[in-house]
Design a protein around this ligand. Structure first.
Ligand SMILES: Cc1ncc(C[n+]2csc(CCOP(=O)(O)OP(=O)(O)O)c2C)c(N)n1
Length: 555
């Protein structure tokens, strides 16, 4: 049977089980949109900007574990995906982006709306394709999904010129994957796993350092057993929050620059560090040569390129975290480690996470505590980037996997709101709250229209300090208080903006109104924007200055 390339695209998505696509049409992908017309099993969400579409697909993927799919047209449509591709790439999020391209005969002519998205996206995708032969299209798409969701997951871009979309092809019946050079190691080396098990057993002061790889490989249960069997405390990266319950007595909370003091002290004192699904980011390690200096390091990661990249490790294990942990658990003997656990409990008492609350102004941390109380740690929280992101990581105790959706690697302002839209579409029964800053929210504010159009009842909590708060904090602490271009000046009336888009808006200026506003917003079955006017110059503490160690901690 002959089909057009555009039909092949839609049929392949259906075969891959895709039920939702986020996107934006244009001249060079009209045929794809035409093939999508009337297809009942795929819901298309028309955002107001391609950046919104790709962040929504990203939020959908992080919340569900499925592959997110985004469509954009050529040129500006495709280049508007660049931030979202880089964002997904840094945080290893499985995505497939299908872009329209000018017809093959016109490529390289500076044609109208032509951009070399293949070239542009090479360093910011896991893999990418420019399809020049319609007979290869189906195979490319099947490969794209396989590559996006296997090994270290990530974004794959497929650029399809318009003539490829419109030309006809006979189905490739013999379609099977042939990717001889792409064979991720999954199981981990048996001998290394035995070495690691022995090192853990003989450790007196072990610490687990859990990253996003625990969540993407679905290894939370195994992590839980490892921690409990060996009485091993768990420190998490920003991306790893939710992989281990934040309220568990062995949880040390977040590690690194704005992590808890006790997590950072524990790692500094550890004799064995079990790094699982993490990449030793500078936000965690500071100066790598000063990080975990007393520890024998076990590093479990699916991506061999991450092992030894930043920090020398003693026992490298390349494999899927879940599978490797399962094998370790088969052998690992229980150990109560009473002395070590008692010492860490002391440290928790000595250096608790705290802030000075006030009745006169609203403290941002207080709002997060109230959102936590109201949702009992069960909501999906998305954030943007800045102080509000760090306070969320510190004060919302994430209990379950895939409940914190945040831009960890790229640090993308404007991510959180569209990501909330995607997360809510993927998990309609969950409460989804975007905690954001007044700066970040304005970067993708137009997506309120999307939330309203598709009746997506997400809640937004703007911690409105009138500043680009995190940059202001650095200027205060490290640049002598010279606030160069961080005062946002005249901010819009967010309630009116919400109402202009036909959403609900709530202004909160007094501490005593915080609880009731959150309760009211959560009850409403529609998108609600809460504008909390918070203490303007509150800082995120504790803080290890960039490149420093726990000895230099502020706050
Ligand atoms: C797209 C983008 N541009 C610039 C930055 C640099 N940056 C990091 S945090 C921050 C301030 C964020 O302000 P806001 O969203 O109001 O949050 P707050 O820190 O006040 O909570 C800026 C400008 C960024 N992360 N992303």
């Amino acid at each position: 049977m002959k089909r057009k390339g555009s039909q092949v695209i839609i049929d392949t998505l259906l075969k891959q089980g895709v039920d939702t696509v986020f996107g934006y049409p244009g001249g060079q992908n009209i045929p794809i949109y035409d093939a999508l017309y009337g297809v009942k099993d795929i819901t298309h969400i028309l955002t107001r900007h391609e950046q919104g579409a790709i962040h929504a697909a990203d939020g959908y993927a992080r919340a569900t574990g499925k592959v997110g799919v985004v469509f954009a047209t050529s040129g500006p449509g495709a280049t508007n995906l660049v931030t979202g591709l880089a964002n997904a790439n840094m945080d290893s999020v499985p995505l497939v982006a299908v872009t329209g391209q000018v017809p093959t005969s016109m490529i390289g002519n500076d044609s109208f709306q032509e951009a070399d998205i293949y070239g542009i996206s090479v360093p910011i995708t896991k893999y990418n394709y420019l399809v020049k032969d319609v007979t290869k299209l189906e195979r490319v798409l099947v490969e794209a999904f396989h590559i996006a969701k296997s090994g270290r997951t990530g974004p794959v871009l497929v650029d399809v010129p318009r003539d490829i979309q419109t030309s006809e092809v006979v189905s490739d019946k013999s379609l099977e994957l042939r990717l001889p050079s792409y064979q991720p190691s999954i199981k981990g080396h048996a001998k290394q796993i035995i070495e690691a098990t022995k090192a853990i057993e003989s450790a007196e002061k072990p610490v687990i350092y859990a990253g996003g790889g625990v969540l993407s490989s679905g290894a939370s249960e195994e992590l839980f057993s490892l921690a409990e069997t060996g009485s091993i405390p768990v420190a998490m990266t920003l991306m790893g929050l939710g992989s281990f319950p934040g309220t568990h007595s062995l949880s040390l909370g977040m590690l690194g620059m704005h992590g808890t003091k006790y997590a950072n002290i524990a790692v500094a004192e550890a004799d064995v560090l079990i790094a699982i699904g993490t990449r030793f980011s500078d936000r965690v390690t500071g100066k790598p040569e000063h990080f975990a200096v007393n520890a024998k390091i076990i590093h479990i990661d699916i991506d061999p390129a991450e092992i030894g990249k930043i920090k020398k490790c003693h026992i490298p294990i390349v494999g899927n975290c879940k599978m490797v942990l399962k094998v370790i658990l088969e052998k690992l003997k229980p150990n109560k480690r009473e002395k070590w656990v008692a010492k860490l409990n002391e440290l928790k008492k000595e250096f608790p996470m705290a802030y000075s609350d006030s009745d006169k102004v609203i403290k941002p941390q207080y709002i997060i505590e109230q959102i936590y109380e109201a949702t009992k740690g069960n909501a999906i929280i998305t954030t943007d980037v800045g102080q509000h992101q760090m306070w969320t990581a510190q004060y919302y105790k994430f209990e379950n996997p895939r409940t914190l959706i945040t831009s960890g690697g790229l640090g993308t302002m404007g991510f959180g709101f569209p990501a909330a839209i995607g997360a809510k579409i993927g998990c309609p029964k969950k409460t989804v709250v975007n905690i954001t800053g007044d700066g970040s929210f304005q970067m993708t504010i137009q997506e309120i229209a999307t939330a309203v159009q598709y009746k997506i009842p997400i809640k937004v909590a703007i911690l409105n300090n009138g500043y680009l708060g995190m940059v202001r904090q650095w200027q205060e602490l490290f640049y002598g208080g010279r606030y160069s271009e961080t005062d946002l000046g005249v901010s819009p009336d967010f309630v009116k903006i919400a109402e202009g888009y036909r959403a609900k808006g709530i202004l909160v200026q007094r501490k005593e109104d915080v609880k009731s506003a959150i309760a009211k917003a959560l009850e409403m079955e529609e998108p609600v924007i809460m504008d909390f006017r918070v203490d303007r110059e509150e800082n995120v503490m504790p803080m290890i200055p960039p490149g420093g160690t726990v000895k230099n901690v502020l706050g």
